[in-house]
Design a protein around this ligand. Structure first.
Ligand code: NDP
Ligand code: HSE
Length: 407
């Protein structure tokens, strides 16, 4: 039986998950592929001298590069330094690479894909967007006969876990974040990429690049995270038959006009995304031939993500053609925030009960408590919504605006 020798770079949550999936699913994989997949080298800076696989660890990338028996390398270090250099070196050494690293793919995808094309090897990164969700393979595979004009989705497990726990279990933000870290969902060592929306921005930028075939810089994604979402906002949203989720969107055409954003938004309970709780992600792809296609599953976590990386490894060893899916760097997509009229969910707070009562007389407030009120605007431009916010703030109250995402 053929043995495929693989190396893992970065043996943290996901890297160790790859070894675990290969071990647990060994017989299933053998029966499906007729091959044994064996981890022969593991690169990590930490000390694994007491680990059962201690003999396979190295701190020197050359040990992987110079080992001709290794045909596939899994990168799960994270970040771009030194992951970019390591991945490029592996590709140049003629090894296929799989990665779960969205920062790497979103910022260096153009160079890596080109290098893989030139070297005649494969570079797959399904796990970099939405953990276990088969998004990239759907867009580039079974859905490729469609034009996809719109994507709305929940693409970050950590923030969805936090919002769900604040809303449904009344747990504090800090406590929910700690749990997400303990469960291995959050970015390490600093979860601010999750909280501030950058992780979801990288993922939607990758999807936009795949859709249009041109590089979508992450800097062009209008990004806002969940730090400003309070438990009061979630309660007010609930009172008005909805919830607040961190939504990543991409609306565009094939000519470089796209509106790509990540922001906390109000969604009605009847919306498909509203019931996506905890670490789960869901993406709705608006396809002109197939209609709306939804892809749902665990957006983060050790085994769900690692299983997808192992899927990519198997896929690469079964292919004979490595013409690489590519996106180009030549045209920078114009991701301008073309204004379009939207409804807004507005929340207002003050310790001064009289103020709230006075304000409520002026706006048609749908939900009112002693010190807060919430209402919807009609479809208005963002600039008008900001004007309304400023006007309300002259009463010395705290005001927040959330776009309403509709199907
Ligand atoms: P971890 O921090 O758990 O694992 C990374 C490992 O790489 C750590 O052991 C780290 O050591 C090690 N490392 C750091 N620098 C080097 C280096 N120079 N050479 C070799 N090893 C190094 O991260 P995750 O496993 O959670 O994530 C890995 C990647 O997968 C990230 O890009 C992440 O965004 C992505 N991802 C994560 C998911 C998840 O659920 N966790 C899901 C989908 C994608 P040390 O701890 O000492 O820094
Ligand atoms: N930190 C990421 C998340 C990991 O929570 O979604 C999966 O990409």
């Amino acid at each position: 039986m053929e043995t495929v020798k693989i190396a893992i770079m970065g043996f943290g949550t996901i890297g160790s998950g790859i070894a675990e999936v290969l071990e647990k699913q060994r017989n299933v994989i053998i029966s499906r592929t007729g091959r044994v997949y064996e981890v022969t080298k593991i690169l990590d800076i930490r000390d694994f001298s007491l680990h059962p696989m201690k003999d396979r660890f190295t701190k020197n990338i050359e040990d992987i590069l110079n080992d001709d028996s290794i045909s596939v390398v899994a990168e799960s270090i994270g970040g771009t330094k030194p992951a970019f250099e390591f991945v490029m070196s592996c590709i140049k050494a003629g090894k296929h690479v799989v990665s779960s690293n969205k920062e790497l793919v979103a910022t260096k995808g153009v160079e890596i894909l080109k290098a893989a094309q030139e070297a005649g090897v494969g570079f797959l990164f399904e796990a970099s967007v939405g953990g276990t969700l088969p998004l990239i393979s759907s867009i580039t595979g079974i859905l490729q006969a469609n034009s996809i004009s719109k994507i709305d989705g929940i693409l970050n497990g950590t923030t969805n876990y936090i919002l769900t726990n604040i809303e449904k279990k009344k747990i504090s933000f800090e406590h929910a974040l700690e749990r997400a870290q303990d469960l291995g969902y959050a970015e390490t060592p600093d979860p601010s990429a999750d909280i501030d929306g950058h992780d979801a921005a990288r993922k939607i930028a990758i999807l936009a690049s795949l859709l249009y075939g041109y590089h979508m810089p992450v800097s062009r994604v209008a990004t806002e995270g969940i730090r400003g979402v309070s438990s009061f906002d979630l309660e007010l949203a609930q009172n008005l038959n909805g919830t607040i989720k961190l939504i990543a969107s991409c609306y565009g055409d094939n000519y470089g006009q796209a509106r790509v954003s990540v922001r906390p938004a109000y969604i009605f309970k009847t919306h498909r995304l509203a019931s996506v709780d905890d670490v789960n992600n869901m993406v709705l792809l608006d396809c002109n031939m197939s209609g709306i296609v939804s892809v749902y599953g665990r957006g983060a976590g050790k085994l769900p993500t690692a299983a997808v990386m192992v899927g990519d490894i198997i896929e690469l060893t079964q292919r004979s053609d490595f013409s690489q899916l590519l996106w180009d760097s030549e045209l920078v997509l114009d991701a301008d925030r073309q204004e379009q009229p939207l409804r807004y969910f507005v929340t207002v707070y003050s310790d001064n009960k009289k103020l709230i009562t006075k304000l409520v007389e002026q706006v048609d407030a749908g939900s009112i408590t002693d010190n807060s009120a919430a209402f919807f605007t009609s479809r208005i431009m963002r600039s008008e919504a900001e004007k309304l916010k400023k006007k309300l703030e002259t009463y010395n109250v705290t005001v927040k605006l959330y776009e309403v995402v509709e199907e």
